[in-house]
Design a protein around this ligand. Sequence first.
Ligand code: GKR
Ligand code: MG
Length: 421
Amino acid sequence: MRVLETVVTPVAFPDPPLLNSAGVHEPWALRAIVELRCGDGLVGLGETYGDAPHLRLLNAVGPALTGLDPFDTHALLRRVRTVLGEDTDTPDRRGLTGGSSPHKTTLRVLSPFETACLDLEGQLVGRPVADLLGGRVRDRVPYSAYLFHKWAAHPGAPQDADPYGEALDPDGIVAQARRLTGTYGFRSIKLKGGVLPPDREIEAIRALREAFPDHPLRLDPNAAWTVETSRRVAAETEGLLEYLEDPTPGIDGMAEVARTAPMPLATNMVVVAPEDIPRGFAERAVGVVLADHHYWGGLRRTAELAAICRTWGIGVSMHSNSHLGISLAAMTQLGASLPELSYAADTHTPWQYGADVLAEPLRISDGSVAVPDRPGLGVRLDPDALARLHENYLRCGIRERDDTGYMRRFDPSFRKRRPRW
Ligand code: GKR
Ligand code: MG
């Protein structure tokens, strides 16, 4: 069985005004859906970023995959490398996932094709992807409630367009947490910080602890704080957080904070590519890596990352950006097979309000997703939904994520500063 055709479809779906240290989410989020078609209805699926520079690379690689054996992912990497050549110098603007490098770009382009190959392999041998990754060590993969400071609605949109409403203070954050945990049963909670001055975010954490005495809590300011501020916040949140995520920029800064912080530091900003591992781990800059198959080169390479983390005694969680159901299925198959997964994974799924390209998207209940028993990723495309979301893409006018530029339309004085406080 060989790949006959590769189809890359950019899609857009509505995104609420979620705030972060870079600005605010635009009304549409972009993704790209990858199909490796092998004939007789056999299709392997992958999902990745949908910004224009990344799409250009995906579209360049697509035709070179004709004739590929989906079991030969070494050949896949060789083909990706040959097509990209020196064309790997694209800055990482896909949403707070650290710096870029030629290696990281290659792995980011490889990822959706590798995932689609695994989906095909699973369908061909009649086993779920988790089985191809070593077998499942859990039947359900836990996810955490992902809280955001947010506006009630995008400027100009009806104020009740979004069921979650405004969250700009501890009460708003606790109300959001109640709604998310009530709907999805999440058993751990992450707050996206770096939006308000740190003391107000500490207050929100205290309010969450009071409202949810048994839920592990995390705070992620995306490098918005200096080393000094990070050390102070870490000291003041002692006993409240299971981990503090990316308080300050860079491996050196994180290592300085880690020396005094009473909780582990986690990252999806400083250890983001294989070349970051030796120094990041040797300096003890991080205690938890938020693995993300979308930029670590796919599912098998992310499993390798987890094994390296195990060797170093470093915990593993999973990172997310705004995504659809193929990514959730891939994370669930991966999470099912990772003995090292020591924390509930992040997901943006609730913020997509059900928008998807799948016929039967996986559901979050009891704070987790059941690993499908079906072969491959265990999900199927809904061609009409794909066409609708592609139509959104054609119409929405957004071609690259720009949280800072969008924020500056409403607050021209806003600057992306890391650290800010
Ligand atoms: O969606 O605004 C967002 C997040 O801030 C995202 O871009 C981050 O990459 O979720 C991410 C994180 O954990 O840093
Ligand atoms: Mg993070």
